[in-house]
Design a protein around this ligand. Structure first.
Ligand code: SF4
Length: 505
């Protein structure tokens, strides 16, 4: 599933989570998977620019907290819905922290990050923070690997890739800064790591068209990764669920997707490590697992994992499932664990278009699989579709409507069609494709009218405004100052491509 799909999954799932829970209760209800120290040095603010429920469902965010704790850092968490400027753990004001790092996964989170800084009274620009001696700000997360230029005027540094390879160096350098307080020296030291982009030193070079030879950092041996979340909480979008990673990277070539082009070659965790995590969860009384992978069914030992989950009688959900990877065993494991819903991403109802999108499965295959799913007990299917694909015509949209109707007719399941606009992303094979924002509303109307009156179905649509904002943010470059994020200026995609190339991507 694409990032777009996952984001919408999160958004929809978040509804209904209780709000106004005290920070004391949030902490009390967290189950620790490993006993790690809560104190340490230096003080380090780890921020997620969204609600607690969403941030804590992000395995990358949890990993960084874990690695920092393992290195003896006093890391404390900040979320968008924690009131004021105080940390979750100790209620410490953010201004007390010499360093704040943000995990930024999706484009809209950039504005949330800026809002949080504004609310905290911390200057959003590295230049201003240097003058006022405010905290250092670092950024990591998926978006910094897709387009780190977005943070050119905001961050003191941007981590380009997997944290596992960079964090020890980062911690050493931040400890040095805590002692000297010399920001210029900190920038110089941190820039010595090839997988860190340091805007205070690199921005002018990029603007002058100079090359930087930064390179992404990939953790190629996943036995170095933690593998599972540090905390399990009832207050996240995946309540009481242990998140377990099985894979990074993807060997499929869906040309719109950022995973194959931005996140390194496919690599898998060892089966034994995954099985150990499942057994650990079971021993601790955790009843739900969330399997995190770009495409869960591609894991070479998925059968063994499913068998272990069934034997342990655990409920399981997958971050993504391709229809051509859904086996009978997988469906049975879902149902036995108590799942009643399945999520797939056909992208379009037109088979030719689907093949162009890298998804070589037919509508018959979709219908057969969903019929099987319905027979063994699944009651609801969520389907992700894109409109505005390259060379799309009305007939293709009508094929999507037809597929939705056939799924309803042949399975009787409740059908939720989640529709988004195709947004070309940097570094992907379809980076140069058009963005047809102006025709999106008409396309949505055509789809909606074609399935109007279909009982037991629902259509959820990404707004044109959201899609346009995502498109503009994803293509920001080093020449775009802060005003760009609040304006309506069209992105200069050629400039972004050129600067990313000069950066070393
Ligand atoms: S390339 Fe892989 S992760 Fe991306 S959409 Fe295709 S199958 Fe999913």
């Amino acid at each position: 599933m694409s990032n777009r799909g996952k984001r919408y999954l999160m958004k929809k799932t978040y509804r209904g989570i209780r709000q106004n829970i005290s920070t004391k209760k949030l902490l009390k209800d967290e189950l620790w998977m490993d006993s790690l120290s809560e104190g340490g040095d230096p003080l380090w603010a780890m921020a997620y620019p969204a609600r607690y429920a969403v941030g804590m469902a992000n395995l990358g965010f949890q990993y960084i907290c874990t690695y920092l704790k393992e290195l003896g850092v006093a890391v404390e968490r900040f979320f968008d819905d924690i009131e004021g400027d105080r940390s979750l753990e100790e209620g410490r004001p953010v201004g007390n922290f010499p360093i704040i790092t943000f995990s930024v996964v999706y484009e809209p989170d950039v504005k949330k990050m800026l809002n949080m800084l504004n609310r905290w009274g911390v200057s959003p620009l590295w230049k201003d923070r240097a003058e006022k001696r405010e905290p250092i700000i670092g950024v990591g997360g998926s978006l910094s690997v897709i387009n780190p230029l977005i943070f050119s005027h905001i961050a003191d540094f941007v981590v380009l890739g997997d944290g596992e390879e960079v964090i020890p160096y980062l911690v050493k350098t931040v400890r040095g800064f805590s002692e000297t307080g010399d920001r210029n020296e900190f920038w110089e030291f941190i820039a010595e790591h090839p997988s860190i982009f340091v805007p205070p030193l690199h921005l002018d070079m990029l603007r002058r068209g100079e090359t930087l030879e930064r390179k992404k950092s990939f953790c190629l041996d996943l036995s170095k990764a933690k593998g599972h979340a540090l905390w399990v909480s009832p207050h996240t979008v995946f309540p009481d669920t242990l998140l377990i990673e099985t894979q990074r990277g993807c060997f499929r070539g869906c040309p719109y997707c950022t995973i194959p082009s931005c996140f390194g070659r496919p690599r898998f965790r060892q089966l034994k490590e995954v099985i150990d995590d499942i057994r650990k969860a079971s021993k601790l009384g955790i009843r739900r697992l969330g399997v995190i992978a770009p495409e869960s069914g591609d894991y070479p030992w998925i059968k063994e994992v499913l068998k272990e989950i069934r034997d342990a009688r655990l409920e399981v959900s997958f971050a993504s499932l391709r229809i051509d990877n859904i086996s009978d065993l997988l469906l049975e494991t879902l149902v036995e664990g108590g799942q009643r819903q399945i999520t797939i991403a056909p992208e379009t109802g037109d088979q030719y278009f689907r093949v162009c999108c890298g998804k070589n499965f037919t509508n018959e295959h979709i219908l057969d699989t969903l019929q099987k799913a319905q027979k063994i007990g699944l009651r609801k299917v969520k389907m992700y579709f894109m409109l505005g694909l390259p060379n799309e015509e009305d007939k293709h949209i009508l094929e999507t409507a037809k597929l939705i109707m056939e799924v309803k007719k042949n399975t009787g399941m409740n059908v939720v069609a989640s529709v988004g606009l195709f947004i070309p992303k940097p570094q992907t094979p379809w980076a140069n494709m058009g963005f047809s924002h102006s025709t999106y509303k008409n396309k949505v109307s055509l789809l909606k009218s074609a399935i109007a009156g279909l009982k037991g179905s629902e259509i959820r649509v990404q707004s044109a405004r959201e899609a346009k904002e995502e498109y503009r943010i994803t293509w920001a470059n080093a020449d775009d100052t802060l005003d760009y994020f609040y304006s309506d200026v069209a992105p200069n995609r050629n400039k972004t491509v050129e600067q990313l190339k000069n950066l070393g991507f």
